[in-house]
Design a binder for this molecule. Structure first.
Ligand code: ZN
Length: 344
């Protein structure tokens, strides 16, 4: 079958690899109906070293179940399913607490062990706990929005939840990628009265405004912090959704959080430590977050998609087959595209 393999920074290829197949009795085999390229896939696209092991890519998908292992009880051939970016058994203590990304039998897609979703098919471990069955056909018009439940919408929602967004709160979203844009949707959905998007790309800002952003801050560094403080009566925001993962993004997040505020981090951190320990301490600022338990959020977010209250699928602005995936990486990396949908 055809699949996407990353060799080193800038070198991503579509190759023939052995067909995905059931290995464990708890596995399902899915044919990929839709996948996508994630902002986090751009980290290896920028940084992956020569000589490191080739990496199968892709961790977001909607698939059609093709086969199930002997112990799988809730799924059958032909089911249309959302695949969260992490697999989880659905039964351990962490899964019961709604933190499926810490599942004791869990792990992540897009690794040598389980393979990636930017491919024709994929083996899904812990299928009963991992996959969420949709009552939709695979050509449903809502498919782009449903696909975001596999990562970016759930991740933006997680940032908002950890940042304690609520009715009447002031929120800021650091980062105008697909996750940041979904963070805007999530902040609005949870009742924020002011939502400041921090970003510079015209197409993304336009979409952010349509999703509910009330203010735009396009400055960088200290100027950006200054501008957010101006917009918030001098104090900063209650909630910061940090959707980038760089030290600059973290520094900006700390600079714009008001005393008693919270920062929800969902950008994979590419820094060693969080700066400004003392100002953070004296201002009682909470910093939290991590890989979103998107499996836990599907049930909450799905009705809003089905009933048209949110349209996170609008973050997709480019569609390609598998052979176009390498150029999709380039387009996202060059900021020509916000997010690429893949139809294998
Ligand atoms: Zn678990």
């Amino acid at each position: 079958m055809r699949a996407t393999i990353m060799y080193k920074a800038g070198d991503v290829r579509i190759e023939n690899i052995p067909d995905a197949a059931i290995k464990e009795s708890t596995d399902a085999l899915i044919r990929i109906a839709r996948a996508c390229i994630c902002g986090s896939d751009l980290w290896p696209y920028k940084l992956k070293g020569r000589g490191s092991d080739p990496q199968p890519m892709g961790h977001e998908a909607i698939g059609v179940v093709e086969d199930v292992g002997s112990e799988v009880r809730t799924l059958k051939r032909g089911d249309v399913v959302v695949m969260p970016f992490a697999y989880s058994d659905g039964t351990c203590a962490f899964c019961h607490e709604g933190l499926q990304t810490a599942c004791v039998h869990g792990g992540f897609f897009g690794t040598a062990n389980v393979g990636g979703a930017q491919a024709e098919a994929l083996r899904v471990p812990q299928a009963d706990g991992t996959l969420f069955k949709l009552m939709a056909g695979q050509d449903d018009a809502l498919m782009p929005s449903l696909l975001t439940l596999s990562d970016v919408m759930g991740t933006g929602h997680h940032a908002a939840v950890v940042a304690r967004v609520g009715r009447g709160k002031k929120a800021a979203v650091v980062g105008d990628g697909a996750v940041g844009l979904c963070g805007v949707i999530a902040a609005k959905r949870l009742g924020a009265e002011q939502i400041i998007i921090m970003g510079r790309h015209e197409d993304r800002i336009k979409l952010a405004k349509q999703f509910g952003a009330t203010d735009v801050v396009s400055e960088r560094g200290e100027e950006a912090i200054e501008r957010v403080r101006e917009l918030t009566g001098g104090f900063g925001v209650h909630s910061v959704l940090e959707c980038v993962g760089t030290d600059q993004a973290m520094a900006a997040s700390l600079g714009i959080a008001r005393a008693g505020g919270a920062i929800g981090r969902v950008g994979v951190p590419h820094y060693d430590s969080i700066p400004q320990a003392q100002p953070m301490f004296y201002d009682n600022i909470i910093v939290g977050g991590g890989p979103a338990p998107v499996r836990a959020y599907i049930e909450e977010l799905l009705p809003d998609i089905l009933e048209g209250r949110i349209e996170p699928g609008r973050v997709f602005d480019l569609e390609t087959g598998l052979e176009g995936v390498p150029d999709g990486y380039r387009a996202m990396n060059d900021r020509e595209s916000i997010k690429v949908m893949v139809k294998p």
